[in-house]
Design a protein around this ligand. Structure first.
Ligand SMILES: [Zn+2]
Length: 57
């Protein structure tokens, strides 16, 4: 499983995401980036930040 903690790149955010693969994480983090962090939809600008911080659990 893949795991991502938003707090690793956005200090103070305690949202975490788990999925079977990177794409499953990105689907969730794109929506989270838009809803929680005010990033322009569809939030794909966050991919470059999220991908290096995804951990394999
Ligand atoms: Zn967050």
């Amino acid at each position: 499983m893949k795991h991502f903690a938003c707090g690793d790149i956005i200090p103070g955010c305690d949202a975490t995401f788990t999925a079977a693969d990177d794409d499953g994480i990105l689907v969730q983090t794109r929506a989270h980036a838009v809803d929680a962090h005010g990033m322009p939809a569809p939030g794909t600008d966050s991919d470059a930040l999220v991908l290096p911080a995804i951990r394999t659990a």
